[in-house]
Ligand binder design. Structure first.
Ligand code: SAM
Length: 268
């Protein structure tokens, strides 16, 4: 399963999907060598006090598929272990971006046992510059005691010299993109969301250390950037490779990018 060998940078990384453990692989990347990281880690959703996915109704979030976890990760770590793991990942991501680099780290806030998990325990001490709210569509909520959850959070973690592409600051900090439904991965990014991130930044190499179905790579490639993808699952790495050579998915991506640009700030 795992690419256990020592990988050389850049030749074994650029425009490659690497099947392996996130921290092991990140440690093989030199300091300050990747300008942009865009990622969504597993949210540890199955480690729940009972009102979320764990109760078996699967109705609190659109992706009831996550009831089964991921192909090679069951998404059910003890809380402290999960926080330490994510902090190790962020430490490596921060190390490999240069002084003008940035990390877009997508997560979800939730309430567990009456306490807000706002992920501060994961991101504290990292240079969080801004929080973007991703307003997505909801799912079927079987629980009459809760309003339907419809947002996630994207932390922009940036080194001091990071700047957006001119005029992109006008997008504001609430972004509305529906979730992806034509994808067999249990928790894919919508392509348009990642197009927005990458096209708002200048990074020549875009890394997603939790690549899943390859959405970040597909967006990067069609925007003329290089990518690096890491995932623990051989199944998802293969899914990503197939997606990148499939002309239909590339065409769909280009069309989506064109429609985003047509309605964009640059024409208005
Ligand atoms: C939220 S999903 C990412 C989905 C992705 N954004 C997409 O568009 O398809 C998280 C991914 O993390 C991967 N993962 C879990 N544990 C991992 C580990 N230790 N190392 C690398 N990847 C891991 C899972 O296999 C899963 O595909």
């Amino acid at each position: 399963m795992l690419d256990k060998k020592i990988l050389k940078f850049p030749e074994d990384f650029i425009d490659q999907f690497i099947c392996g453990d996130v921290v092991d692989v990140l440690r093989m990347i030199p300091d300050e060598s990747v300008e942009l990281v865009v990622t969504s880690p597993p949210y540890n959703l199955k480690n729940s006090t009972g009102n979320g996915l764990k109760d078996g109704r699967g109705g609190k979030w659109p992706n009831a598929a996550l009831l089964n976890g991921y192909a090679n990760h069951d998404d059910d770590m003890p809380y402290d272990e999960y926080v330490n793991w994510q902090r190790s990942c962020l430490t490596e991501m921060t190390r490999i971006i240069p002084e003008d680099g940035a990390i877009f780290y997508n997560h979800k806030w939730r309430v567990q046992a009456g306490l807000l998990q706002d992920r501060q325990d994961i991101v504290s001490g990292f240079p969080v510059r801004q929080i973007i709210i991703w307003k997505r569509n909801g799912g079927i909520n079987f629980n009459p005691g809760y309003f339907l959850p419809t947002y996630e959070v994207i932390y922009l973690i940036a080194k001091p010299k990071f700047k957006l592409v001119s005029k992109c600051n006008a997008y504001g900090d609430i972004w509305e993109f529906g979730h992806e439904n034509k994808n067999k991965h249990p928790a894919p990014f919508p392509l348009a969301l990642i197009d927005r991130v990458i096209s708002s930044t200048r990074g020549g190499v875009v890394l997603d250390p939790f690549m899943g179905s390859g959405t970040t790579a597909l967006a990067a490639k069609t925007l003329g950037r290089h990518f690096i993808g890491i995932d623990i699952s051989p199944e998802y790495c293969e899914m990503s490779r197939q997606r990148l050579v499939n002309p239909a998915s590339i065409l769909r991506t280009k069309r989506s990018q064109e429609s985003v640009n047509q309605g964009s700030l640059f024409n208005g």
